[in-house]
Write a protein that binds this ligand. Structure first.
Ligand code: IPM
Ligand code: MG
Length: 354
């Protein structure tokens, strides 16, 4: 079977980590009956340079017309001074909204081999960490009405019950396949949108009698994540809170260079990208960690392409590469030998079962 993949390398380290990920995918899918047909598109800063806008029409059309989108990263210093409608980040927002990807799934997994990279004291992470942040992705402050005057500005956090309901179902379904515990994070002591959020979360949880739902204010959640991260399994939260908490969750697992993400909608089309950004400071040096993107490709096989078997094969190979001591600079201890972006991909390829 052939599946169409829209590949959007983007800026900074994006093209490097995507290039290595495609090598891993090619190897993992050979003899699998699945053939991936890649079409490359521009988005972000490179699209501003070449086409005059961050998200060219053909990129959005190509993404819509694909079975899945694999994205590297967008943005960089070079485009920082541009007016707000010309920022590279707009490409991401346009893809999320344009493809209806309302659910962002960000698993934060602390691999035993990388425990020493975790900035928390070892007693807090003993036995490992395995948290999934489910972030609402197309509502809230990111997409609400906003305006800027000479001396004032505002953004609005608006949610409809339907927007909360659909992300609540994603969280409950995710939790059903895990520990059946959901922590919904909001600021219901202050925000009206959070009071609606809490009400709808509670209603939806009622449809899943096996699920234990609890609510936590976002400031407390930020504290609890570093005080006692093991209390969390599935966290569900609105767009901006999820942006912040997913970076925090990423860091406590050792390196943001390790974390994949999936952005999902109502159907099977999804967009897969590493949680890290374009890291212009290390771009072009061949030292970026490609594992977050490789693991994002595994999520793509699982959620959009229906190939759990190949997803697992890739995830196992990543684990074995780490067990075997493969370390890019970001996850290495001071005295450990480091390898390049492409050597890391080769290490993973070496452990694939094909
Ligand atoms: C993320 C990023 C984006 C976001 C930026 C680059 C627009 O931080 O995916 O978490 O804020 O959503
Ligand atoms: Mg972010």
């Amino acid at each position: 079977m052939e599946k169409r993949i829209a590949v959007i390398p983007g800026d900074g380290i994006g093209p490097e980590v995507i290039g290595e990920t495609l090598r891993v995918l090619d190897c993992a899918t050979q003899n699998s009956g699945l053939k991936l047909a890649y079409t490359h598109y521009l988005a972000g800063g490179c699209a501003i340079d070449e086409k005059g806008c961050p998200l060219p029409d053909e990129t959005l059309a190509g993404a819509k017309n694909s079975d899945a989108v694999l994205l590297g990263a967008v943005g960089g210093w070079k485009w920082d001074a541009l007016p707000s409608d010309m920022r590279p980040e707009n490409a991401l927002l346009g893809l999320r909204a344009g493809l209806g990807l309302f659910a962002n799934v960000r698993p934060a997994l602390l691999y035993g081999e990388l425990a020493s990279a975790c900035p928390l004291k070892p007693s807090l992470t003993e036995g490992g960490l395995d948290i999934v942040v489910i972030r609402e992705l197309t509502g809230g402050l990111y997409f609400g009405k906003k305006e800027r005057g000479e001396t004032w500005a505002y953004d609005t956090m608006r949610y409809s019950d339907e927007e909360v309901r659909r992300i609540a179902h994603v969280a409950m379904k995710t939790a059903m396949g895990r520990k059946k515990q959901v922590v919904s994070v909001d600021k219901a002591n202050i925000l009206e949108s959070s009071r609606l959020w809490r009400k709808v979360m509670t209603e939806v949880a009622g449809e899943y009698p096996e699920i234990t739902l609890s609510h936590m204010y976002v400031d407390n959640a930020a504290m609890q994540l570093v005080r006692n991260p093991k209390q969390f399994d599935v966290i569900v939260t609105e767009n901006m809170f999820g942006d912040i908490l997913s970076d925090e969750a990423a860091m406590i697992t050792g390196s943001i260079g390790m974390l994949p993400s999936a952005s999902l909608g109502a159907g099977t089309l999804g967009m897969y990208e590493p949680v890290h950004g374009s890291a212009p400071d290390i771009a072009g040096q061949g030292i970026a960690n490609p594992l977050a993107t490789i693991l994002s490709a595994a999520m793509m096989l699982r959620y959009s392409l229906g190939r759990e078997d190949i997803a697992k094969n890739i995830e196992n190979a990543v684990r074995k590469a780490l067990e075997n001591g493969a370390r890019t600079k970001d996850i290495a201890l001071a005295d450990e030998k480091t390898i390049s972006t492409s050597q890391m991909a080769e290490a993973v390829i070496g452990f694939l079962e094909v």
